[in-house]
Design a protein around this ligand. Structure first.
Ligand code: GLC
Length: 451
């Protein structure tokens, strides 16, 4: 009897321990440690998103399978034809670098389910197409060689996997509960959860240091999917244990879990101010397309101009954030001419003006931006940058700044900008004398040396 009690006791104790282990917390980290871990990213400010997959062939949005409610069979032709014969990842990497981008995120798998890497857990992968290559492997090597930090986007949604249950965002979405029940019979999300973990483990084990992972996305609610469907918390624990330095987006539906995300990811919007959570400013990055689509879209014509794109970048930095700008390469494996033109224009600007971007952030509140300008600030060098979105007529007034300014110059050519202090009631204002002609710079920048 006694032995039996002891045995039960020991069993209970050990069960408690096993349970404790599986409930292990996400790694704890102080605010300062997190800031330190993310420092390279907050300093970098500008990255490239690449949406590339089978959807490059239909060339009418990466959601085409969903929008046109295609079945796996109907979509199969793109798999059989996938052969981007002109692909040169080194050229992509050089283009990104020349544009001034410091990091890159590639879709290792998008919602269509097609894998750009040689996964052991599926046949639906690039190595089984006519192309036959592990795209992720070559991508990682090429971008690293150019000194960019590399990251992956991994879709939580999967419109191809047989165990992924049909939901409201699936190409085969339904209108009645009974239809969902009927179609989802035999589909087993627990197998799909394992599949995610297995693939993410491959991605974070087989390709060296990975600096960013983008999980996309959660849509909890009726016929939706959230953290329980993905087993987000355990997935994230695995991610952090495999790549302790990695930076993770906020789409795992772990908003209220400590350590459940590193940055917020406002998509295709301009934020009105630095985003806050519980009254605290948080790291953020806006992801944006050149036009309306992430994947290559031949007949999309709403392309933003270089000036608009530069403004997006500057504006993000002026509010303490990053810009992840997307390219949707073609099915031949190249960036189409519209993307190239814009990247080139941004690179020309960045070449002479990147000092107002890298390592910069929102300017301290004592500085007021003059009309039609955006301010950024480098807290290390203590320089203020004034971006002239509309070129002023000969002069620019900096209100209440006369006691703060030592010297002013154009950033692109380091040419002096002379100024004079105001008089009477505007005593502390500074009037800068600008050349009448706008310099040959898309958005001229004034670099202000502070006292
Ligand atoms: C959305 C879309 C997706 C795109 C992503 C980028 O979640 O589903 O197509 O990859 O945004 O942020």
């Amino acid at each position: 009897m006694k032995t039996k009690t002891l045995f039960t006791f020991l069993l209970l104790i050990s069960m408690l321990f096993i349970n404790q282990f599986s409930l292990a917390q996400l790694p704890k980290e102080t605010e300062t440690q997190k800031t330190e871990r993310m420092k390279w990213w907050t300093d970098a400010r500008f990255g490239m998103f690449i949406h590339w997959g089978l959807y490059a062939l239909p060339a009418r949005h990466e959601w085409v399978k969903n929008a046109e409610k295609m079945t796996n069979e109907q979509y199969q032709k793109y798999f059989e034809l996938f052969n981007p014969d002109m692909w040169d990842p080194h050229e992509w990497a050089k283009t990104a670098k020349a544009a001034g981008m410091k990091y890159v995120v590639l879709t290792a798998k998008h919602h269509e389910g097609f894998c750009m890497f040689d996964s052991r857990f599926t046949d639906y992968k690039a190595t089984n197409t006519p192309f036959g290559k592990d795209i992720v492997k070559e991508y990682v090597e090429a971008f690293r060689a150019e000194g960019l930090k590399v990251g992956f986007y991994y879709s939580l949604l999967d419109w191809h996997h047989p165990d992924y249950t049909i939901d409201s965002n699936h190409p085969q979405r339904q209108t009645s509960d009974s239809a969902y029940t009927r179609l989802n019979k035999g589909r087993d999300m627990s197998k799909y959860r394992e599949y995610i973990k297995n693939q993410v483990r491959e991605l974070l084990t087989n390709y060296g240091e990975i600096s960013i992972i983008w999980f996309d996305f959660s849509f909890p609610g009726k016929n939706g999917k959230g953290h329980d469907d993905w087993d987000s918390e355990n997935l994230l624990k695995m991610v952090r244990s495999l790549q302790p330095g990695i930076i993770v987006d906020d789409r795992l539906d772990l908003d209220n879990v400590a350590g459940g995300w590193d940055f917020t990811s406002p998509e295709q919007v301009q934020v009105s101010k630095w985003p806050e959570v519980n009254g605290k400013k948080v790291p953020w990055e806006t992801c944006q397309t050149f036009s309306g689509s992430w994947g290559y879209y031949r007949d999309e014509y709403t392309w933003k101009s270089p000036a608009q794109l530069l403004e997006l970048l500057i504006e993000s930095v002026s509010k303490g954030g990053n810009l992840l700008l997307n390219v949707g390469p073609t099915a031949r494996g190249v960036f189409d001419s519209r993307a190239q033109e814009r990247l080139k224009a941004m690179g020309e600007w960045m070449k002479f003006n990147n000092r107002s971007i890298y390592g910069c952030t929102e300017a301290p509140a004592v500085f007021t931006a003059p009309p039609n300008t955006l301010l950024t600030y480098n807290p290390v060098t203590k320089r203020l940058y004034i971006h002239l979105l509309a070129y002023p007529m000969g002069s620019l007034v900096l209100s209440n700044m006369a006691d703060k300014v030592k010297y002013v110059q154009f950033l692109h050519d380091a040419s002096e900008i002379r100024f004079r202090a105001g008089s009477d009631e505007a005593k502390n204002d500074l009037t800068l004398s600008l050349p009448v002609q706008k310099p040959q710079v898309e958005i001229p920048v004034l670099e202000v040396f502070l006292k």
